[in-house]
Design a protein around this ligand. Structure first.
Ligand SMILES: [Zn+2]
Ligand SMILES: [Zn+2]
Length: 298
């Protein structure tokens, strides 16, 4: 009985493979001290941060989690694949966990509330918990009906591995054919994949941790979500998190022209190209409805 109690998984039991993976990803960044750096490797790291941040915010979040616009089945898969190269698990896992966050935001059931479990648990500690491993496809039937998305979700390790290998191959080719650039396979792998992906982790995760404690509250939502200009900059628009919790089905999270929302601008561009359409917007009368007065802000 005592032994059974001891071995019983608890709310805070970690999945060994998941946390080992996170630690190895971070340790791999230390390889930067051994492989050196070059402008082309830094540019690749920055470009892959931005491109994949867009795939996470515009598609993992605004499309798969909230269905704020429409796209074709092919584009849906391609952007899901691009998002999966971020090693933040599959699009269906992400959407399922995120919908849960909106349902129980800052309540005890919330998977990543800084109010309930503190900064580190809400930032990164919640991901490798045993209870959060795997996707409950019954909770996301609108997405689980696509077999190619379920396949990608179950094989979410393939896209990041493919990206890492491609970067290594590219660096090796550059070393041979364009040595003046000063890059090589391992350097491109470390900067383009490991450093870029780990910075992308922490950029994305600030929305769960910091954006529920740091910033201003325009709308009196039931949770503690905040609007934060700096976090909106590094996450291409996700920092308008109080707006988002107020009206989550809006494709645009920066509700006003001064609220910079790069993911929305890029989606508009994809809209012009006919790749995405049917944007859902926050109705004008709701936008100004619950603005808090200065002494209510807190
Ligand atoms: Zn939130
Ligand atoms: Zn959301």
């Amino acid at each position: 009985m005592a032994l059974a109690t001891l071995t019983q998984p608890t709310e805070r039991t970690y999945a060994p493979i998941s946390w080992t993976f996170f630690i190895l990803m971070h340790l791999a960044c230390l390889g930067a001290f051994f492989v050196g750096v070059s402008p082309v490797a830094l540019a690749m790291a920055a470009a892959l941060y931005l491109i994949r941040m867009f795939a996470i915010t515009a598609f993992y979040h605004r499309y798969f989690s909230h269905r704020t616009f429409k796209t074709s089945r092919l584009a849906q898969f391609l952007f899901a694949f691009l998002g999966a190269t971020s090693a933040q698990q599959g699009p269906l896992w992400w959407a399922e966990k995120h919908r849960h966050h909106h349902k129980y935001s800052d309540l005890p059931e919330d998977l990543h509330s800084p109010i309930q479990s503190g900064f580190w648990m809400s930032h990164i500690g919640w991901v490798p918990l045993q209870k959060n491993v795997g996707t409950d496809y019954r909770k996301i039937p609108d997405l689980a009906k696509f077999p190619e998305l379920v396949w990608l979700d179950k094989n979410h390790i393939l896209p990041p591995v493919l990206l890492g290998f491609t970067l290594w191959l590219l660096g090796t080719a550059l070393e041979q054919f364009w040595p003046a650039l000063g890059s090589n396979g391992m350097q491109m792998l470390v900067w383009g994949f490991f450093v870029s992906t780990v910075v992308l982790y922490h950029g994305t995760f600030t929305i769960n941790s910091l954006c529920h404690v740091w910033g201003s509250r325009r709308y009196a939502t039931k949770d503690d979500s905040r609007n934060n200009f700096w976090l909106a900059l590094i996450t291409l628009g996700e920092g308008w998190h109080n707006n988002h919790h107020y009206y989550a089905t809006s494709v645009r999270q920066g509700f006003f022209w001064w609220e910079i929302d790069v993911s929305y601008y890029l989606l508009r561009l994809l809209g012009v190209l006919g790749i995405v359409w049917d944007f859902k917007q926050v109705p004008a009368h709701l936008k100004s409805k619950q603005i808090l007065t200065k002494h209510q802000l807190n």
